[in-house]
Design a protein around this ligand. Sequence first.
Ligand code: AMP
Ligand code: DBH
Length: 540
Amino acid sequence: MFEDWKPWPAAEAQRYRDKGYWIGQTFNDMLAHVVQQHAQRTALVSEHCRWTYAQLQAQVERYALGFHALGIRAQDKVVVQLPNCAELVAVVFALFRLGALPVFALPPHRQFEIGHFCRHTEAVAYVIADVFAGYDYRQLARTVQASVSSLQHVLVLGDAQEFIDLNQMAMPDTPLPAAPQSDALAFLQLSGGSTGTPKLIPRTHDDYLYSVLASARICALSADSVYMNVIPAAHNFAMSSPGWLGVLSQGGTVVMCPNPSPDVALPWMQREKVTMTALVPPLVPVWLDAMERQAMDLPDWRVLQVGGAAFGYAMAERVVHALPHTVLQQVFGMAEGLVCYTRLDDPLEVILNTQGSPISPDDEVRIVDDEDRPLSDGQAGHLQTRGPYTIRAYYKAAEHNAQAFTHDGFYRTGDIVKRRPDGNVCVEGRAKDQINRGGEKVSAEEVEHQLRQHGAVLDCAIVAMPDVHLGEKSCAFVVRRDDTLRAIELTRFLREQGLAAYKIPDRIEFIAQLPKTPVGKVSKKQLRQAISERLQALSQ
Ligand code: AMP
Ligand code: DBH
């Protein structure tokens, strides 16, 4: 265990068990149970395969034997960076079986992020695809492996070159060690973050399985559900709300679509008779436009989930009119824990205006002012939460944990919300220093820190600016040492530092001096206002 991680206090853990939330099972127990009931049903469909539950289980066993033969053991960390595909699921269950911890990375991450995950967790292995979306991950693996001494193995789906071919691992006939206990850590999930380096989120089998099973119930999943996964499968929304884990827990079918663009995804929806999918807000109008253009009807589609970033009333209304046979479900969640859903049978007014209510009766939601004093229903304030699947600490982040959690164990979400008397939550804004680029979170501090590494940057501050498609984009205000410094040089510099493309500022504004608040902090409020006004003026 890592030194500063406090699991739930014993009394609370016992309470969550007594109440039947934590059922003492691991994800492998869950899979074994489903395989018994639904061996011949289709578990996974992806570009190159179609697996029954029995085939999924066999693949999990092969990978587990292979990983074990390489020396991967319980508690070892393995960075997993794969596009949406069936193999991702098998790799994750195989690591779970060994008690090794997947560390989830997203396909756009580059050497800056992957290097950090590997170093911070002392990862022993890194799992990639050979090439995806025109990018060669083997090149990335070479760079990372050269700088991280713990990293012993690189496993590749596809052409492995000098690395290990995931599908050709040696599998000696040695028995596997005992499977982990349900209270063990299952994996490290990625936080969007608002700090200098991305934080990792430790989740246990007990707490995560509870959130997955309860989400599956809320979404009325069954063995007949066909869920299409178009957002990155390693994202918490896609994994657990109820996501591919939720669908597999009920014996349904998960369709792993590698590309969310409607030209690719809509034909998949039609062909696989998909009943449910999850989108981030920017994808919604793009899909609806494409469906209208093609006069496409998807009669099997029962539920559309939208979450990850603010979803406006007007677009929610458009969904309801455009898809009369599909229920819209708003989802407000976080990889740290708490997830809120509008319920499938909620009145339309609730679905259009709110982000729903928490999964669990034991999710504690506290809305407070700037001094942590509780506010009453209807007043917007900082959301703090505690409960049976919300973490009490980030992985190895003692200093940050002291700020991110209250002394009584509530997670400070950084979101500004209000709660209506009917218990539904409305997300009103954000206090954390983050840009939400249509569901992709960017920590301002992380990118500012990188920008300051450039010799010609004296100071900088990054804020969100409005964008019609993504909701928000990022704008960097830069005080330069030298007037010849150009924006393009800074973006090239950040790319060379190995920062994921979505974190590169969408716009750079040079400024003589950053505005300050009366106490001398950079006034991001003034900067947000300045860029909004400038964009407004430019559009007139
Ligand atoms: P993360 O902590 O990286 O998993 O990101 C979770 C954050 O995404 C939340 O704290 C919110 O700021 C944001 N978020 C997720 N869902 C929604 C939503 N439906 N509406 C507005 N913001 C959302
Ligand atoms: O944005 C998120 O992190 C998110 C959104 C919806 C999430 O983690 C979730 C549902 O579980």
